[in-house]
Write a protein that binds this ligand. Structure first.
Ligand SMILES: Cc1cc2nc3c(=O)[nH]c(=O)nc-3n(C[C@H](O)[C@H](O)[C@H](O)COP(=O)(O)O)c2cc1C
Length: 391
C-alpha cells in the first residue's frame, strides 16, 4: 500500500475490508440478530446536533483527563476485544500505539497475546475478565494480571450467548489445523498483504489460543474451550460482583451497564467506574444505543462513580457528544481494530490521531477550550432521544 495513512475511521473500515479475509472482517463487524442495536449505536450519534460558535473561539483545547487513576492525553480508552487473526502483532501493536498516544489499554481475557507482553508495551493496561469458571480460577487470572502489572480491572458483565446473525456468522475454525487452513485458503488467497504479514511473522497461521484464560500449570486453552467454560458458568450475582471488587486490590470497572438501577448496584458493589455499553451491539439486539441512556445514568450516579461509555464511536465529534452528555471518557472497539487491520501499530495510532483531531476541531467549532466545560447545553437532541421511563 503506497500511503497507509487514512483520514477517517470510515476510510480505515473500507481498507480493512479490502485487506482482511471475509471471515476475519465478518468477525469484527459481528453484531447480533437483526443488527438493530449495532446500527442504532452509530445512528444515535447522527441524531445529535451541535451548537456552533462562529466568532471568538478559544485558541487552545485541553482534553487530558484521568480514568481509574490513570492520566490520559485525551478522553479515549482502548476497549478490550479479542483480535486473533487481524494482525500478527495483535494486542501488543494496539498497546504500543496506545502508549505512544498516551491512551489507556484495555486487554481482553480472550486476547491472543499474553498480558505480560501487553503490559510491557503499555504499563497503563486494564485487564478485562468475564465471569467464567469457578472463583478459584477467576482469582488465579486476577493474580496473574496483578503480577504482570495491570493497573485496573474491567468486569464485562453483559453477554447472553446469542449466536445468530441475519447476515450469517463468520466461519471460525475450532482449531487452526491443516484442514482449517485448507478450508480458508480460497478466501485468504486474494488477500496478499494479509498473507504476507503472517508469512513475515514466522509463517504460522493465526492461533486461536487465549493465553490469558489459562490457569497455573495448564496450557493456553483454545478460544472455543474458553468460551465453553464461560458459557457453562452461571451469570454472576451482584454479590459476586462485590466479591470480585474486593479481590482486586485496585479500581474495577463494570462494563455493560445500561440501566439506572444497575448503575446504582454497581456503585454499591464497589465499582470505581462503569461503562455504559451494549457490547458494541453484539449482545441483546434491540437494546438502545448507550449514548441514549448515558444522560440518565450519568445524572443518577455520575457523582459516585466514573461513567464512561462505549459503542458507535467513529469520530471526534462522537466523543464530544458523549462527554457533553455526561461521560468522563469513551472507549473504542471496532475503530482501532480497523486501524490495526490496515497498518498494525501505525494504523491504531492513525485512528487515535483522527479522533484527537476530530475532538479538537469539534471543540473549536463549539467555542469550547476544556472538555470539562462541555454540557448538554452545547447540543440539540430530538424529543424522546432518551427513552422515557427507563428503568
Ligand atoms: C470483534 C470484537 C470483539 C470483542 N471482544 C470483547 C471482549 O473480549 N471483551 C469485552 O469486554 N468486549 C469485547 N467487545 C466489545 C468492545 O469492548 C466494545 O464494547 C465495543 O466494541 C464498542 O463498540 P464499537 O465497536 O462500536 O466501538 C468486542 C467487540 C468486538 C467488535
Amino acid at each position: 500500500m503506497a500511503n497507509p495513512w487514512f483520514e477517517s475511521v470510515a476510510v480505515a473500515k473500507r481498507r480493512a475490508r479490502k485487506v482482511l479475509p471475509r471471515s476475519v472482517y465478518g468477525a469484527l463487524i459481528a453484531g447480533s440478530e437483526r443488527g438493530a442495536t449495532l446500527d442504532d449505536n452509530t445512528a444515535a450519534f447522527d441524531e445529535i446536533r451541535l451548537a456552533p460558535v462562529t466568532v471568538g473561539q478559544p485558541s487552545e483545547r485541553v482534553m487530558d483527563t484521568q480514568v481509574m487513576g490513570q492520566p490520559m492525553s485525551m478522553p479515549v480508552l482502548i476497549s478490550p476485544t479479542g483480535v486473533q487473526a487481524v494482525h500478527p502483532d495483535g494486542e501488543v501493536a494496539v498497546a504500543r500505539a496506545a502508549a505512544a498516544r498516551g491512551v489507556v489499554m484495555g486487554l481482553s481475557s480472550f486476547a491472543s497475546k499474553p498480558i505480560e507482553e501487553v503490559v510491557e508495551a503499555n504499563p497503563q493496561t486494564l485487564f478485562q475478565v468475564y465471569w467464567a469458571g469457578d472463583r478459584d480460577s477467576i482469582v488465579e487470572r486476577l493474580d496473574r494480571a496483578k503480577q504482570a502489572g495491570a493497573v485496573g480491572l474491567i468486569l464485562t458483565a453483559d453477554w447472553s450467548f446469542s449466536h445468530s446473525r441475519d447476515w450469517g456468522s463468520p466461519d471460525i475454525p475450532q482449531q487452526v489445523d491443516v484442514k482449517a487452513v485448507l478450508k480458508h485458503l480460497p478466501e485468504s488467497f486474494t488477500k496478499v498483504e494479509w498473507l504476507l504479514r503472517w508469512a513475515r511473522a514466522g509463517g504460522k497461521p493465526p492461533s486461536l489460543e487465549v493465553p490469558n484464560f489459562a490457569t497455573a500449570g495448564s496450557p493456553s486453552p483454545g478460544f472455543f474451550e474458553a468460551y465453553g467454560t464461560w458459557m457453562g458458568t452461571p451469570a454472576p450475582s451482584w454479590d459476586d460482583v462485590a466479591w470480585l471488587c474486593d479481590q482486586w486490590d485496585g479500581p474495577v470497572m463494570v462494563k455493560g451497564v445500561m440501566r439506572v438501577d444497575e448503575a446504582r448496584r454497581a456503585v454499591d458493589a464497589g465499582a470505581a467506574a462503569i461503562s455504559v455499553s451494549n457490547h458494541g451491539g453484539n449482545n441483546l439486539d434491540g437494546s438502545p444505543a448507550p449514548i441514549r441512556v448515558l444522560p440518565l445514568i450519568a445524572d443518577a450516579v455520575g457523582e459516585q462513580v466514573e461513567v464512561v461509555m462505549d459503542g458507535g464511536i467513529r469520530r471526534g465529534s462522537d466523543v464530544v457528544k458523549a462527554l457533553a452528555l455526561g461521560a468522563r471518557a469513551v472507549m473504542i472497539g471496532r475503530a482501532y481494530l480497523w486501524g490495526l487491520a490496515v497498518n498494525g501499530q501505525g494504523g491504531v495510532e492513525n485512528v487515535l490521531d483522527v479522533l484527537r483531531m476530530g475532538i479538537e476541531s469539534t471543540m473549536m467549532g463549539m467555542g469550547r477550550s476544556q472538555i470539562a466545560e462541555l454540557s448538554p447545553d452545547d447540543l440539540f437532541l430530538p424529543p424522546d432521544f432518551t427513552p422515557p421511563d427507563w428503568p
